[in-house]
Ligand binder design. Structure first.
Ligand code: DGL
Length: 264
């Protein structure tokens, strides 16, 4: 069981931020990543559609014999975790609970959450945070333009700064002391966001927190692969060219031998 791969899926390149953190924390693990590039974005689609896409992606990974399923996409985590946990026997980790666990370390209990429209509309982050800290005040803002900005390589561009200023205005007014980056793409905008919010606001990176949760689960269940140098395979549902080019900044290293597959 330990030698089986971890299966990770996302709507496209964004989940590579989660993949990168898992590779950093658990370098010996074999990973299989699936980016559903033919059907991206998930963030603007209905919960029913995203749920079906998530089931298709998970079916593909489970067929590869993975030992754990990581739902790297915040939107898919927000709407599809219950159905995935019901359908499959293996452990399924999403990005929302790990992010919420860290967010409740907030001192003033005023927590901001930014994500796609789908994630914000689902109310899942509020729910997860309030379960852990009932007195928390949670302020959510959908920031759809951050996704194309990150993919364009403009995360620290003046355009990103102005966009962030506009989106974060209500969160500044709400005097949050913690902000959850509730979308795969947002870790790339960390510097820009921190500049606008000031250094006292804690930015919670759900990719980092999810990698910590995976490591903790493996320790608990003895699932960690003891060897060094895990193998990584990358699959996409559309032609790989754009994924390889854009994904580099998300993964922090070159992407080669990405294979196109059909799912669903
Ligand atoms: N991966 C998505 C998320 O984290 C962002 C991109 C999309 O909308 O598909 O919510």
């Amino acid at each position: 069981m330990q030698h089986r791969a971890i299966g990770i899926f996302d709507s496209g390149v964004g989940g590579l931020t989660v993949c990168k953190e898992i590779m950093r924390r658990l370098p010996g693990e074999n990973l299989i990543y699936l980016g559903d590039t033919a059907r991206v974005p998930y963030g603007t689609k209905s919960a029913e559609t995203v749920e079906q896409y998530a089931l298709d992606a998970a079916d593909f990974l489970v067929e590869q014999g993975v030992k754990l399923l990581v739902v790297a996409c915040n939107t898919a985590s927000a709407v599809a975790l219950p159905v995935l946990r019901e359908r499959f026997q293996l452990p399924v980790i999403g990005v929302i609970e790990p992010g919420a666990q860290r967010a409740v370390e907030s001192q003033n209990h005023r927590i901001g959450v930014i994500g796609t429209e789908g994630t914000v509309n689902s109310g899942r982050y509020e729910e997860a945070i309030r379960q852990l800290l009932p007195e928390a005040r949670v302020f959510t803002v959908a920031c759809p333009l951050f996704v194309p900005l990150a993919e364009e390589g403009w995360a620290e561009h003046e355009v990103a700064r102005l966009t962030a200023q506009e989106y974060l205005q209500p969160l500044l007014a709400a005097q949050i002391d913690t902000l959850v980056l509730g979308c795969t793409h947002y870790p790339l905008l960390r510097k820009t966001l921190q500049q606008i919010l000031g250094s006292k606001v804690l930015l919670v990176d759900s990719a980092e927190e999810t990698a910590c949760s995976v490591a903790a689960l493996f320790r608990e269940q003895g699932l960690e692969r003891p060897e060094h140098g895990g193998q990584r395979s990358f699959y996409v549902t559309d032609v790989p060219t754009r994924f390889e080019r854009v994904g580099r900044a998300f993964l922090g290293r070159d992407l080669t031998q990405v294979e196109q597959v059909r799912i669903g």
